[in-house]
Design a protein around this ligand. Structure first.
Ligand code: FES
Length: 146
């Protein structure tokens, strides 16, 4: 095999493999819930993060939370039992709804990427995502929409 053909074949294989892994990760971990809004808060049960695997308790890294009153869903990341981040899934570039892939949110329109804390990691967006204050109360997350 010629050197150029070998390099081209290898690059295509690597890119394809990475894309497939990224898609699989996105599909396998995304859980979408419809949460209730009480007053100015949207309520998420902590139990919604739990994954039942026999005797061991594991947790989803994030949930996508929706409600018919929300124009965009909210992605809620769980870092540990007392540490969460709620991010509006609206791209700050031109308002396209974001997609979640593991620890990143990506924009299908022009490719912006955001971290699981809402910080811009890839332009053209240059503003962080909107975040919401969270309080933990009685096995619930209260996400303030104010
Ligand atoms: S609308 Fe998201 S990158 Fe342009």
């Amino acid at each position: 095999m010629h050197r150029r053909k070998f390099i081209a074949t290898g690059c295509i294989s690597c890119i394809s493999g990475g894309l497939i892994l990224s898609l699989l990760e996105g599909c396998s971990t995304t859980k979408i819930i419809t949460a209730t809004i009480t007053g100015a808060d949207i309520i998420v049960l902590l139990a919604d993060f739990e994954i039942n695997k026999g005797n061991t308790k594991e947790f989803k890294k994030y949930l996508v939370v929706q409600n018919e009153k929300l124009q965009y869903p909210i992605c809620v990341y769980r870092f540990d039992k007392n540490n969460y981040e709620a991010l509006l899934m609206r791209c700050t570039h031109q308002g396209t709804e974001l997609q979640v892939f593991g620890d990143k949110l990506q924009c299908p329109a022009h490719g912006s990427e955001f971290s699981n804390r809402g910080k811009v990691e890839n332009s053209p967006a240059n503003t962080s995502l909107r975040t919401f204050p969270i309080t933990i109360n009685n096995n619930q997350l209260k996400i303030s929409l104010r």
